[in-house]
Design a protein around this ligand. Structure first.
Ligand code: AHR
Length: 322
């Protein structure tokens, strides 16, 4: 080998060694790198929401994920700002529990442009472009509303004058739980919603709205259907203050299955709750990890829920994790 070809060969070998070292360092760094995930939460309006926040936070710490948490205090504009801030900070992924169904396209397009996958939890959005999010993990809210209606029809023999306490206007669970319940009572001509108003998924909202309705269009109420347990617990207070016996004079049923609802069932003040599981942390981070590996995810994973009433409440209460 002459000097020239020896030097050429030496050069090529050094380049190969250098690029191998850089590649190994990059992949080592990638394996070691702590994931940073932004979680844009709705707020803290209910016990259910607090349980969901806790589930996401504890799963993040279990997996060594650096979690950036934002509480939007029930306002979509705050959530949009939080998502934009996560994008600007260069997070690896975003978990979003959208407060309402519409108005998400612009900010989700920004996330897509930045190549940041967005995992939706608990509430869905309305969009013609489903590629804007990686996946949605949520309960079937229409089915929950229908299960509540079916339970009430059975309990009352298909006869009830109902006050409906709706969730936050524009939120997927408020829209779908109304839809499902209405579909469930449709065949029962003596089941009527005599008054329906939003209590914003809050206990105080449920109490105030029930108080007002009892004095007006809801005076002849025989059943209260609340889109969540917190509002039902508020309604129970209002019924008691109005001299009625909740659970007996007026049937009260709701959705979520939080501990407080089970306690109220054991106390015979609440009649039924349809479970809606908020412990979504493990599924959410599985989805984040898969999305980051480029794996294909189902567009929606439906979380299974059960119905509990005063007959099953006492046995179930010790098992409740939220
Ligand atoms: O999106 C889930 C709903 O939102 C829960 O039923 C309610 O409690 C919460 O605030």
């Amino acid at each position: 080998m002459n000097t020239r070809s020896f030097l050429t060969k030496l050069g090529a070998t050094s380049i190969a060694i250098a690029s191998f070292t850089v590649a190994s360092l990059i992949s080592l760094h990638a394996a070691d790198k702590k994931l940073t995930v932004g979680f844009a939460q709705v707020g803290a309006e209910s016990a259910w929401r607090t349980a969901e926040t806790e589930s996401i936070k504890s799963e993040a710490s279990k997996r060594g994920v650096n979690l950036k948490f934002s509480d939007a205090q029930g306002k979509q504009e705050n959530q949009i700002k939080a998502v934009r801030a996560f994008i600007a900070q260069g997070v690896d992924a975003i978990i979003l529990a959208p407060v309402v169904e519409t108005g998400w396209e612009p900010v989700l397009r920004e996330a897509r442009r930045a190549k940041i996958p967005v995992v939706l939890v608990d509430r869905g959005i309305k969009t013609a472009d489903e590629s804007l999010f990686a996946t949605l993990i949520a309960s079937d809210f229409v089915a929950e509303g229908r299960m509540a209606a079916e339970w009430l029809a059975k309990k009352t023999g298909g006869k009830a004058s109902i006050i409906e306490l709706q969730g936050t206007p524009g939120a997927a669970p408020a829209i779908d739980r109304k839809k499902g319940f209405e579909a469930g009572i449709k065949a029962h001509h003596e089941m009527k919603i005599i008054a329906s108003q939003s209590g914003d998924f809050r206990r105080s909202g449920g109490k105030e709205v029930t108080e007002a309705l009892l004095k007006g269009s809801g005076a002849s109420v025989t059943a209260v259907y609340a889109h969540n347990d917190d509002m039902a617990l508020g309604a129970i207070q209002a019924l008691e203050e109005a001299g009625k016996k909740p659970g007996t004079d007026v049937i009260v049923l709701s959705i979520d299955g939080v501990k407080g609802a089970f306690e109220a069932m054991v106390a015979a003040k609440l009649n039924c709750t349809v479970e809606c599981n908020p412990l979504l942390g493990p599924m959410a981070f599985d989805a984040v990890e898969k999305a980051l590996k480029g794996e294909k995810l189902p567009k929606k994973t439906v979380v299974q829920d059960r119905v509990f009433d005063s007959n099953s409440a006492a046995a179930e209460l010790p098992n409740r994790r939220y």
